[in-house]
Design a protein around this ligand. Structure first.
Ligand SMILES: Nc1ncnc2c1ncn2[C@@H]1O[C@H](COP(=O)(O)OP(=O)(O)OP(=O)(O)O)[C@@H](O)[C@H]1O
Length: 316
């Protein structure tokens, strides 16, 4: 992370909404999280080199020959990919590389044209999103317009119905969540407390600041008690102080044993938080490896990073 905000006015606005005490708290959380970070040489991935498709010691997700085309365009064409359990793996690559499409396919929100994949040792190809969520794999969503018209607490309860009710019609049908409401509310309130949103429980989600929305998106994903969380640009448009807070939350997920796979464009964030980095371009995995290898990988620099991380010692 840089110390200077990229959007000074935006950051100032967000600070005004956040309040000084929350910024101080965010920084403390970030410092604690940095201290707790597992060093790469202590991780299960230590010593692995970054060949695309390399086998991992204990993969929670294994994908083979997954493809998805739109018209004549092959958006995803992944030969083999494994995600190590209990790590933070980031998915990087230029715009249009196929990252979000791969997320959607693996989580059951889109169909693959070909390929198989397994989650936690069981075949998972073709399962609908709510079934994947029940198995323990969830993905975050940006709050849709409809969801912004529900309260924060209602958003949390809705997320617990297994990623089935992400549209406004389902949101308007409280019986979907009523039978288990007591337990759900308890869990929702615990998570809102953890994500510092408890005081907003009865506010409409549309009243949240940009950063608070990101926190809510993450909190919603945890309502189903997942073992793997897929985060799509969890820090996008968030000011630096809150980015640190969000990073603390992402690390906490891993430290609790969850696997995190996330798409992110901010390379400072990626390099700072990831145990492993997978780079896609034109639908394919073109490189993967520990962050320090990826930042000097010639293929990744040519396809995505440009000269930014072109350091001495860069290699193929
Ligand atoms: N529903 C769709 N219909 C048609 N084309 C699509 C659809 N979804 C994605 N694409 C195309 O597939 C390709 C991959 O898109 P995708 O959004 O997966 O890339 P990405 O790596 O997530 O990009 P970004 O970083 O910009 O979000 C792009 O060329 C995109 O235009």
């Amino acid at each position: 992370m840089t110390d200077e905000p990229k959007d000074v006015q935006g950051a100032a606005d967000e600070r005004a909404e956040l309040g000084d005490s929350e910024i101080v708290e965010a920084r403390q959380l970030a410092e604690e999280a940095v201290e707790e970070t597992v060093l790469p040489d202590e991780s299960a991935l230590a010593g692995l080199t970054g060949t695309p498709g390399i086998a991992k010691p204990d993969p929670i997700l294994v994908a083979d020959g997954v493809s998805r085309a739109f018209g004549g365009l092959k958006a995803v064409d992944v030969g083999h990919l494994e995600v190590q359990r209990g790590t933070i793996t980031s998915l990087i690559g230029p715009n249009g590389a196929g990252k979000t499409t791969l997320f959607n396919v693996l989580t059951g929100f889109d169909r693959a044209d070909s390929g198989t994949w397994s989650f936690d040792g069981r075949p998972a190809a073709g399962l609908a999103a709510h079934k994947m969520a029940r198995r323990g794999m969830v993905r975050t969503f940006q709050l849709t317009k409809a969801l912004t018209r529900l309260t924060v607490l209602e958003n949390m309860k809705l997320a617990a119905v297994g990623q089935r009710g992400e549209n406004f019609f389902n949101a308007l049908v409280p019986p979907l969540w009523r039978p288990q409401e007591g337990g759900l509310e308890k869990r929702a309130l615990e998570l809102l407390d953890r994500f510092k949103l408890a005081h907003m429980r009865d506010s409409f989600a549309g009243e949240l600041s940009g950063g608070q929305r990101k926190l809510l998106e993450m909190a919603r994903a945890l309502m189903v008690g997942p073992s793997m969380v897929m985060l799509d640009e969890p820090m996008a448009g968030v000011n630096p102080a809150l980015t640190q807070s969000l990073l603390g939350h992402v690390r906490a997920l891993r430290d609790e044993g969850m696997t995190v796979l996330f798409v992110e464009h901010d390379m400072d964030v990626v390099m700072g938080i990831s145990d492993w980095v997978v780079c896609m371009a034109q639908g394919q995995v073109i490189a993967e490896g520990p962050p320090e290898q990826i930042r000097s990988n010639r293929t990744v620099i040519d396809a995505y990073l440009g000269t930014r991380y072109d350091e001495p010692g860069a290699k193929e």
